[in-house]
Design a protein around this ligand. Structure first.
Ligand SMILES: CC(C)(COP(=O)(O)OP(=O)(O)OC[C@H]1O[C@@H](n2cnc3c(N)ncnc32)[C@H](O)[C@@H]1OP(=O)(O)O)[C@@H](O)C(=O)NCCC(=O)NCCS
Length: 238
């Protein structure tokens, strides 16, 4: 995948030979062209990365394509949710083009936001968004919304994901303003979905489900009953 810019339009997604461009007014247009043809066009500078959203002085990119931001990202998240730098860095270094993916928001070359997209083993074509954080001094200015919206574009266009899940304690209003609705809790642990045996395959003792893999270990128990109760699960169909 290749991204680039023509005049005031920035390429935000390139998939299946279709380039999607966006201008500074957020107007989008899609151009069906093979990469080689676009590359030949004058004024089109290409970047070798899968996803890059750019608008004025803001950009959103996968962290693994910009490892120079690893340490800043570690500090941004640890300022909000305390954890050792070693453990945090270890987790951030798992970011990749499939999942998990950490997307970072950069303003004037400074990292100001992060979110992580993770696999939900039991739900194909969905992912779980977590560790959504904007630098403290810049909250309430719309950056969280931009980051979430562009993450949704990334999920839909680059990962073929149609539903995003999350859980939150206290940020329900922020998420509902951008289209997330409450849903029953889901487990982000475990392995692939189970298959039910069709009736004709059942024997007298097999009136039950068959697992593709051995059953997953049970999820860790919540630390206390209160914290489990107050968590709200939310989802958005893209
Ligand atoms: C939650 C967070 C990412 C939101 O980012 P942000 O840049 O401050 O959000 P925005 O400025 O885009 O806010 C969008 C809207 O949501 C509202 N909003 C944001 N946080 C809110 C909150 N905690 N409660 C109620 N409304 C909230 C804003 O007022 C704004 O409303 P408006 O459009 O009517 O003005 C940011 O506040 C943050 O990093 N919080 C600490 C970490 C955290 O709790 N992350 C969520 C984990 S689930």
């Amino acid at each position: 995948m290749f991204l680039g810019r023509i005049q005031n339009y920035t390429c935000i997604i390139y998939k299946n030979n279709i380039f999607t461009f966006q201008n500074t007014e957020n107007t989008e247009k899609s151009v069906p062209l093979p990469g080689s043809e676009v590359r030949a066009r004058q004024g089109f500078q290409l970047h070798n990365c899968c996803f890059r959203f750019q608008m004025n002085n803001l950009s959103i990119v996968p962290l693994h394509n910009y490892p120079n931001y690893l340490m800043d990202c570690c500090h941004l998240i640890n300022d909000e949710w305390k954890r050792s730098d070693t453990a945090r860095l270890h987790s951030l270094q798992n970011s990749c083009d499939t999942l998990p993916t950490s997307l970072i928001l950069i303003k004037d070359k400074k990292l100001i936001g992060h979110l992580k997209l993770s696999v939900i083993p039991s739900i194909k074509e969905a992912c779980f968004v977590e560790s959504v954080v904007i630098e403290k001094s810049l909250r309430g200015k719309g950056y969280g919304t931009i980051l979430m919206r562009k993450a949704e574009d990334y999920c839909k266009s680059c990962l073929n994901i149609d539903t995003i899940y999350l859980s939150t304690k206290g940020q329900e209003q922020f998420y509902s303003k951008i289209g997330y609705t409450e849903c029953p809790p889901i487990s982000i642990y475990g392995s692939l979905a189970t298959k039910t045996v069709s009736p004709q395959c059942k024997t007298e003792n097999t009136n039950k489900t068959v697992m593709d893999f051995p059953p997953p270990p049970p999820p860790p128990l919540p630390i206390n009953k209160d914290s489990a109760i107050k968590k709200t699960f939310m989802k958005k169909k893209l």
